[in-house]
Design a protein around this ligand. Sequence first.
Ligand SMILES: *Cc1c(COP(=O)(O)O)cnc(C)c1O
Length: 374
Amino acid sequence: MIPILDSKRQYAAIGNEVEKAVCEVLRSGSYILGPNAKALEKELAEFLGVNYTVGLNSGTDALHLALRALDIGAGDEVITTAFTFVATTEAIGIVGAKPVFVDINPDTFNIDPDKIEAAITPKTKAIIPVHLYGQPCEMDKIMDIAKRHNLRVIEDCCQAIGATYKGQMVGSFGDFGCLSFYPTKNLGGMGDGGLIMTNSEKLRDRVVALRNHGGAVRYYHDEIGVNSRLDEIQAAILRVKLPHVKEWNEKRRAHAAYYNKLFADCKDVVTPVEADNTYCVYHQYTVKIPNRDEVHKMLQERGIGAMLYYPVPLHLQKVHAYLGVGEGSLPYTEEDTKCVISLPMFPELTEEEQRTVASTLIDCIAKSKSAAAV
Ligand SMILES: *Cc1c(COP(=O)(O)O)cnc(C)c1O
C-alpha cells in the first residue's frame, strides 16, 4: 500500500521534539494565546515576508475573518474559482456575500485572470484567488485588475505555504493571505489551525479583535466576533515543524520532477505545468488521465492511494444551486474535474514507491483502454 500521504513517517523523524514541546505546554498551564502562539505569529511573518500574522482556529476561519475585516457581507459579490475546496466559498457564504465563479486556466488549474474582468459588477468587492495544489496564481495580473477596479484581494494559500510568484511569497500580494494547518497541509498541525497574513496593521488589529469575541480589550466588545484562537499546543507543534517546511517543499518538488520524468513517454498522462516565474510547492501532484473513475478504482484495488481533488466543481454542488450557475457554465473547470487524479505526494515518499505508482498508473490506463475497446 502506498498512501497519498503518510503522516507517521514525518512523526518518526520529529516526534521526540514534538512530544517535548507539547509536554512543555502541558506543564506551563498556559493553553490559549500564550507565548507559543505569539512566537509562531512572529516566526511565520518572517518566513512569509509579511508584517503581521494572526493565528486562528482553521483556514476556513482565516477566509471568513479576512472577509469580515474587509467589511464584505450581504449584497456583495466575491469573484473566485469553482475548482477548489468548499471552504473557499463557504467563507463567502458565512458573511452573507455571493460567490461569482470564473473559469480556470486548464494548464494550472487556477483562476484565469483574463476572464475576471468580465465577471465584475457594481456589487463586486473582492477576488479570492486560490493557489491550488501549491501552484501560485498569476498574481501580477490579478493585483492589476484589483487596483483598476478598487477590489480587495484575499489569497487562499491553504495549499501553498512557501510557494512564490516572481520570487515573492504567495499570500503577501493581497490584503490578506490565508493559511490552514489542517494535518494534511504542507505545514500541518495535529488538530485544526489556521492563520491570516497581512501587511496592514489596521487589518491585523481587526482580525485580532474578531477572533476573540470582537474586542481588543478583554470584556469590552465592539462588534460581533467569534472564538477562533490558535491554541498553544498546536502553536508549539507548528513551531517545531516550521523550520522543516522549506526542506519538505524542496523534497515535494524533487518528487514532482521525478514523476514528470517517469511519465515523460506516456502520452495518456498529462503532467502538471509549472508556470513561468513560479515556485510550486506540490501540496498535490495532480495529473490528467483518460477513463479517470475506472482507473481510480483500479489503483485503489492495487494499493495506490490516489485521490480525486475535487470530484464535483463548486458551482454544481447542491449548496450553490441557488446561484443558478448550471452545467456548461465553466467548461475548463468541468472538464478538469472529470479527468484529474492526485497521486501519492509527501516529503518522505521514496523513488521506489514513485516508480511503483507510475508503472501501476500506466498499466491501469492501458487496461482501461483495452477494456473499452472490446
Ligand atoms: C484546507 C483548505 C481550506 C480550509 O482549511 P481548514 O483549515 O480545513 O478550515 C480552504 N481552502 C483550501 C484551498 C484548502 O485546501
